[in-house]
Every structure is written in structure tokens, then in C-alpha cells.
Ligand binder design. Structure first.
Ligand SMILES: NC(=O)c1ccc[n+]([C@@H]2O[C@H](COP(=O)([O-])OP(=O)(O)OC[C@H]3O[C@@H](n4cnc5c(N)ncnc54)[C@H](OP(=O)(O)O)[C@@H]3O)[C@@H](O)[C@H]2O)c1
Length: 274
């Protein structure tokens, strides 16, 4: 369980929905809900909010049992565009309210990453959004948001996997009371699955390398959002609670981190997505 500042709990692991789309995408999301995921991560730019809504309805699960998070794109940072974006997401999802609305990328050259958060806070006031989050915000961006709004986002979703473990930013998040969510938590299979220390921890515990990596996130207080279209892997990626890594194993996996360990050139100071 992860805890937001107000005490609300989020499940240990969320489900990443990119790039699941179309009927097959709905089936994969439905299977994720059936095997036990209760947090779905989507975005306007994933172009699959309708599929998320359909999977939710077909699952028959009560609305309050599943958290849905979406993200406004870079082209919608201006205040009224951001509010419109949230309203359109709700329409596509078929929901009255989204649990978490995030700003997808800060796009610093446009200079509207604080305004975008303010717009989401306005959506929260209007009851369209339960919690406001950010994605790919740096420590500096977060501080500017706090200065302008008097509060930090409840969570910040950032690239985080063994080759790019984000140790400094996680520490800042802890100081600010911000939950860290990991995108590409498995490193899109480019992580060191078959080599030590992941392979050694897997051999010792009888878990798979992917389970070791996801458990490493949990033991660092990070909420991973793995994507899998395969029901067996979806299930395995949730089955982490009986697994315990030693402190040395956690430290050794963190030590795989490299300054150039990002999956692509996704430095939020320079990478922009509209
Ligand atoms: N905020 C952002 O800017 C941002 C950016 C990127 C991603 N995201 C979010 O993060 C989510 C996850 O990221 P991601 O899809 O890039 O990377 P990921 O979850 O690290 O990796 C997904 C890949 O790993 C495979 N996989 C999953 N479970 C596995 C297992 N147990 N054993 C072996 N392979 C396994 C999947 O294949 P199969 O499907 O074939 O199982 C898929 O190819 C996305 O869906 C999205 O929601 C956010």
C-alpha cells in the first residue's frame, strides 16, 4: 500500500495502459482488472481513454474500487485548455470524476507547467478530479508549483527503473510528501534481467527477474506501473507481497543506475511532448 498525504491509500502496483488500444487493448485491461489491478494509468496522448472506460464497465467492478488516472498533454497547459482537456477525458472515459489528473510533461520552454497544475486544482474544486499529480516534473518544477499554489502534487510519475533509479528525486519527494510513481518500471525489458544482482536475487527467492525489480520499487517506497498485455505476467507483476529482498540486494540493484541510463532522451529539462 502507498499512502497519499491525506491518508488515502493506493494499491502497491498500478497498471500502465500504454500502448494498449482497440478491442485487444480492452481485453488486456479487462484481464488486468480481473487478476486484481485496481489502479489504471492512462493519458490523453495514449488515445485509449475510451478503452479504459469500456474495460471498467465490462469488469462490473464498483466505480469506487478502481482508481483511474489520466494526464493532460503539453498542448493543453493553458488554463482553459487544461480544464477542457479534463472535461473531454471524462467524456471519453464515461466517468463523472477522475481519481488522479496529472500534467504529462512540464515542457519548460513553454513555461506553463505551474499554470497547468493550477488548472487541475481548479478542476479539483469543481469536483472533476480527486487528486492532482504531475509527471516528469523535476525538483525545481515541484518547488515552483508549491510556491505558487501552496501545495505539492500528491504524486509525481517519473522514469524509474534499475538503470535510472532516481535516488535524489525520490529523496526530494519524501521531503515534500509526494508519492513517487515509476513509469517503465521494468525498463521496458531493457533492464538487467538476466544478470546479477537481479538474477541472483531471483535465484535466491525463486521469483522472476521482473518480480525482483518490481519488489525493489516497493521496498524503496515507489509505486510501479508495469504494462503487460499477458494475463500470466499481469498476475505475476502483482504477486510480490511474499517476496522480500535484503537491504544489500536493494542497494545492489540501485547501484546499476547510470547517469545515461534513461531509456530514451527523456530528460524533462529538454524533452518536450505536446
Ligand atoms: N508519464 C510518462 O511520461 C510515461 C512514459 C512512459 C510510460 N508511462 C506509463 O508507464 C507504463 C509502463 O511503462 P512501459 O510500458 O514503457 O514499460 P514497462 O512496464 O517497464 O515494460 C513493459 C514491457 O515489459 C514486458 N513485461 C511486463 N511484465 C513482464 C514480466 N513479468 N516479465 C517479462 N516481461 C514483462 C511487457 O510485455 P508484455 O505486454 O508482452 O507482457 C512490455 O513489453 C505505461 O504503460 C504508461 O502507463 C508513462
Amino acid at each position: 500500500m502507498h499512502r497519499l498525504r491525506d491518508g488515502t491509500t493506493l494499491p502497491p502496483v498500478g497498471f500502465g495502459t500504454y500502448p494498449l488500444r482497440g478491442p485487444e487493448g480492452v481485453e488486456a485491461m479487462l484481464s488486468a482488472l480481473e487478476v486484481g489491478y485496481r489502479y489504471l494509468d492512462t493519458a490523453v496522448n495514449y488515445e485509449n481513454e475510451q478503452e479504459v472506460g469500456e474495460a471498467l464497465r465490462r469488469s462490473g467492478l464498483p466505480r469506487e474500487e478502481v482508481l483511474v488516472a489520466t494526464k493532460i498533454p503539453g498542448r493543453s497547459h493553458e488554463r482553459s485548455a487544461a480544464v477542457d482537456s479534463v472535461e473531454q477525458s471524462l467524456e471519453r472515459l464515461g466517468l463523472d470524476r477522475v481519481d488522479v489528473a496529472l500534467v504529462h510533461w512540464p515542457n519548460p520552454s513553454r513555461g506553463r507547467y505551474v499554470e497547468a497544475v493550477e488548472a487541475l486544482l481548479e478542476c479539483r474544486e469543481r469536483g472533476l478530479v480527486r487528486f492532482v499529480g504531475t509527471s516528469n516534473y523535476t525538483a525545481g518544477h515541484l518547488r515552483e508549483v508549491i510556491e505558487a499554489t501552496g501545495e505539492a502534487p500528491v504524486l509525481n510519475q517519473v522514469e524509474c527503473h534499475p538503470l535510472f533509479p532516481q535516488s535524489e528525486l525520490i529523496e526530494v519527494h519524501e521531503q515534500l510528501g509526494v508519492l513517487t510513481q515509476a513509469w517503465s518500471p521494468l525498463g521496458k525489458r531493457q533492464a538487467q534481467y538476466d544478470a546479477d544482482p537481479v538474477a541472483g536475487a531471483a535465484a535466491r527467492t525463486g521469483a522472476s527477474p521482473a518480480q525482483v525489480i518490481l519488489r525493489w520499487h516497493l521496498q524503496r517506497g515507489v509505486m510501479p506501473l508495469p504494462k503487460s498485455a499477458t494475463p500470466e505476467r499481469q498476475r505475476a507483476n502483482l504477486d510480490l507481497l511474499d517476496l522480500e529482498l535484503t537491504g544489500d540486494e536493494v542497494a545492489a540493484i540501485t547501484a546499476l543506475g547510470r547517469p545515461d541510463g534513461r531509456l530514451f532522451d527523456g530528460d524533462p529539462e529538454t524533452h518536450e511532448e505536446m
